[in-house]
Design a binder for this molecule. Structure first.
Ligand code: UDP
Length: 336
């Protein structure tokens, strides 16, 4: 659909965790790539391998800068919108910035895409399913907690983003694809904003206690960022994906306590596992979900796609990355 190689594309949040992997992949495919990133959670170091690539244009600025966005989007055929305030800790600590970045930022991106006729991939998140469950499919009902529980603010911003993107598609013909990321993990992700895999691996490598929140019986499904990026690129090449929403995740579940043991085993760490109550970890107003497992039938039917890397390979890669770059201190974009 959108590919007439080489293309001109924009990745918002391109210096973030998922964004930087996507940028590398698009450059490899021959695209000319613009990145707009304000480095709030992204890092220039994430783009180290491609910094001097002749087809990369890096713009350090905010997606809230409407004239700037208008100018950049006017030069491209497709936009991958990954810039967002992400990470449970960030949402708990900075709710105003989270809400405004995610809502106003996406409004600006959509307006620019519409005026310049650029196709859009919108990064959404499994958070939008709210209190979650098993085999969540794209049409599943959403169950959100009260507005006094600020964790749900993030989910609501992304729900609004999805509604707005789909409205632009239905009412104004904008070519839009929505992808909901489920716990995407891998090299370059940092634990600073709460993400469990880099946090536990970092703790294990340092010989510190592995902090498991709640009972540790809550389960998640982890997908390697390379597999997530392959899905994103594939979706933007298919006409059938237009106006559609897709789960992007692994269906293999793991309890967080079991993850901690796995991390200890893979890293050879003798760190103890420490159970920490949620209030202590995130303060008042926090609610966690017991399960959040995707049904990825829709994605797998459209693309010849399946996850290629399991949790052991993920832990090994994250450990190698943290060992090589121990100074990682900020999170990446849209980890879902
Ligand atoms: N978690 C944990 N220890 C940590 C960070 C997170 O036990 O140091 C838990 C967290 O409470 C949640 C799971 O791990 O149940 C996944 O957390 P993450 O923030 O990575 O993603 P999300 O909550 O968005 O699924």
């Amino acid at each position: 659909m959108f590919r007439s190689t080489p293309r001109k594309v924009l990745v918002t949040g391109g210096a973030g965790f998922i964004g930087s992997h996507l940028v590398e992949r698009l450059l490899e495919a021959g695209d000319e790539v613009w990145v707009v990133d304000d480095l709030s959670t992204g890092r220039l170091a994430n783009l180290e391998a491609v910094r001097s690539h002749p087809s990369l244009h890096l713009v350090v600025d905010s997606i809230m800068n409407w004239p700037l966005m208008d100018d950049v989007v006017g030069q491209v055929e497709a936009v991958y919108h990954l810039a967002a305030a992400v990470g449970v800790r960030k949402i708990m600590e900075e709710p105003v910035a989270t809400i405004t970045t995610n809502v106003r930022g996406t409004e600006i991106v959509l307006d620019c895409c519409h005026r310049h006729g650029a196709a859009l991939f919108l990064a959404s998140t499994s958070e939008i399913y709210g209190k979650g469950g098993e085999r969540l499919h794209e049409e599943h009902d959403r169950i959100m907690g009260s507005t006094s529980r600020r964790r749900w603010a993030y989910a609501c911003t992304k729900v609004l983003d999805e509604f707005l993107a789909l409205a632009y598609h239905q009412e104004r013909g904008l070519p839009v694809v929505v992808g909901r990321f489920f716990n995407t993990v891998g090299p370059r992700q940092s634990g600073q904003w709460g993400m469990v895999v880099p946090r536990l691996v970092e703790q294990a490598l340092a010989g510190d206690p592995l902090t498991v929140y709640g009972t540790g019986e809550q389960r998640r499904s982890f997908l390697h960022v390379d597999d997530a990026v392959r899905a994103v690129v594939g979706l933007m090449e298919r006409k059938e994906a237009l106006g559609q929403v897709y789960n992007i995740g692994s269906e293999a579940e793991l309890a967080i306590l079991a993850l901690a043991e796995r991390v200890k085993g893979r890293t050879g760490s003798s760190s103890p596992v420490q159970l920490i109550p949620y209030e202590q970890a995130y303060g008042e107003g926090f609610e966690d979900m017991e399960r959040r497992q995707p049904d990825t039938t829709k994605l797998r039917r459209l693309l010849d796609w399946a996850p290629t890397k399991g949790i052991d390979a993920i832990i090994d890669e994250v450990a190698a990355d943290l060992t090589a770059r121990p100074a990682v201190t900020s999170a990446g974009s849209s980890a879902g």
